[in-house]
Design a protein around this ligand. Sequence first.
Ligand code: HEM
Length: 198
Amino acid sequence: MIDSSAGKNWAVFLSVMLLILACAVVWLSTVELVDANIIRPVRHSVQFAYPLLLLAMLARPLQQILRKPWTAKLLRRRRLIGVAFAGAMTAHLLLIAFRFWYTPELTYPTSNLVIGGGAYVLLYLMFITSFDGPTRALGPKKWKLLHRVGLVYAALIFAAPRTLDEISEFEYLKLGVPMLIVILVRLVAWQQSPRRDS
Ligand code: HEM
């Protein structure tokens, strides 16, 4: 018998993943199946995922600073937001797999594969430990460390500039500026937090 929180996790994970894949299928059924078209849903899948990552990073600091009913609700929903992020990133992975299957002559830098692959290992460890049993088994300290490292790693892939020239380009700013705002909010919460002096 699947418990309610596990049921909710799977419902959110699968519905986000299937929603993105359904949009990709509809898009690809209306265009010529060439790489220039296939790469668009690959990009859009992470553009769908990114706000979920930012919300998961904002939930606790916003509650610490504002202490409003909506920030308390957002914090209660943080696990499901993280699970939704995992669903969107699984769509990214499946669309990448489709792209390489459809155009096998495509190459991809090994370093990106290793870095991206590492992020997926952390992502699925965070997803597994979003279920009650594995969370209890891991214990609060290791859970916190895993989820902190996983969030920072994903944030770095999204928001770390690839080259210095890129910093002024819109393609980078659309990712970098929201992350900068989130980091500033987290800093304010840390500044205000009583644990800062402990
Ligand atoms: C092995 C793993 C991965 C592979 C092979 C991969 C591959 C790709 C490809 C082919 C694109 C489109 C690139 C282009 O526009 O030319 C892309 C875009 C992107 N991916 Fe991934 N990816 C992987 C993992 C990840 C992970 C784990 C993250 C974040 C945590 C991520 C974040 C992004 C971002 C931010 C973009 C750019 C989206 C945009 O243009 O707006 N990727 N990825």
